[in-house]
Design a protein around this ligand. Structure first.
Ligand code: FES
Ligand SMILES: [Fe+2]
Length: 335
């Protein structure tokens, strides 16, 4: 099924991407211009000037308004035209579209559908991204594949052993079952791996060298969020705290391209810049590897004249459950 659920929050940008100048990004096929008012609040407008359809994000911020970079028309944060330099009157109702927007957890979220339904309570709980006692590194990948392929990838971590040999691979993934549960708009998948060797990443950031117990909890929140909580500790220590958390926001740009925002947060060695760098660099290496796979996968899907469906095996249980949730939202229309 194609299309995107629209009455949903999607990450449009990291907070630090939107400073003094307008910022343009296509989300679910809609071009969006973001800009900051003088009080720091964010506005999100349709990125098309209603005059001759030039991209507003190519213009400038003037006070609390955005000025088109072609003939200088100005628009406020509601999209209403406030100034036409070449004439004294503004046609009634003349303006561009506006979107509900919220800035939270160091991210900017937009709601593409009915603004009256844009409830901040429906935002993903990505508080760990900017929480005291936690330290996070961030990254962004522009991936030329459908966002659901990225979600599938994160929900079937058996690929770590094959794809991420120098970073995230370790024994136990293939040999231990995945426990999957669906809970409303969420899917949770857990895998416990006992008495196994540490991954390269565990060795590097935690200094683990002997046998460890480790586990993953992977949580999908519709329509486009996957959190991965990772535990790793010497055998028998029953460590309650996650080792680190990987927050993934998979925002569709088009049917075949995705804005992949990721953060890796940890609650240990907060001031150790060496560990910060290792966590960033090892995860970036892994996500570069994912990107290569996902883009090749999309290319093969596009060229498959048989139109055969993807096969769903045991490892795809969580991904298939996530796809069912999104498909249900699409079938309900504008959800
Ligand atoms: S196209 Fe924007 S002012 Fe003319
Ligand atoms: Fe991966």
């Amino acid at each position: 099924m194609s299309g995107f659920p629209t009455n949903q929050w999607y990450v449009a940008a990291r907070s630090d991407e939107v400073a003094g100048a307008p910022f343009g990004r296509m989300i679910c096929g809609e071009p969006i211009a973001l800009f900051r008012r003088r009080d720091g609040s964010i506005a999100a407008l349709e990125d098309r000037c209603p005059h001759r359809k030039y991209a507003l994000s190519k213009g400038a911020v003037i006070g609390d308004e955005i000025q088109c970079g072609y003939h200088g028309l100005q628009f406020d944060g509601t999209g209403a035209c406030t100034r036409i330099p070449s004439q004294t009157t503004i046609p009634r109702g003349f303006g561009t579209g506006a979107y509900a927007v919220v800035e939270k957890h160091a991210l900017i979220f937009v709601w593409l559908g009915d603004a009256a339904k844009a409830d901040p309570a429906l935002l993903p709980d990505w508080s760990i991204n900017a929480k005291p006692g936690w330290s996070a590194v961030h990254g962004y990948h522009y991936v030329k594949s459908n966002y659901q392929l990225l979600i599938d990838n994160l929900l079937d971590l058996t690929h770590l052993a094959i794809v991420h040999k120098t970073t995230l691979a370790g024994p136990g993934l293939m040999e231990n079952p995945l426990e999957v549960e669906t809970d409303g708009d969420a899917v949770r998948a857990r895998r416990m791996m006992r008495n196994v060797d540490p991954t390269p990443l565990h060795r590097a950031v935690k200094g683990l060298s002997g046998k460890i117990d480790r586990s993953h909890l992977t949580e999908f929140f519709a329509p486009a969020y996957v959190g991965v909580w990772v535990w790793a500790a010497p055998v028998g220590s029953n460590d309650k705290d996650p080792h680190h958390v990987v927050l993934n926001s998979l925002t569709p740009e088009t049917e075949r391209s995705t804005h992949y925002f990721w953060s890796v947060a940890r609650c240990f060695a907060l001031d150790d810049q060496r560990i910060t760098k290792i966590l960033h660099d090892m995860n970036k290496i892994a996500f570069d590897e994912d990107q290569a796979i996902l883009e090749e996968q999309q290319r093969m899907i596009d060229g498959d004249r048989s139109g055969a469906a993807l096969a769903s095996l045991d490892g795809d249980t969580a991904g298939a459950a996530a796809r069912r949730i999104v498909a249900k939202k699409l079938a309900m229309g504008a959800q």
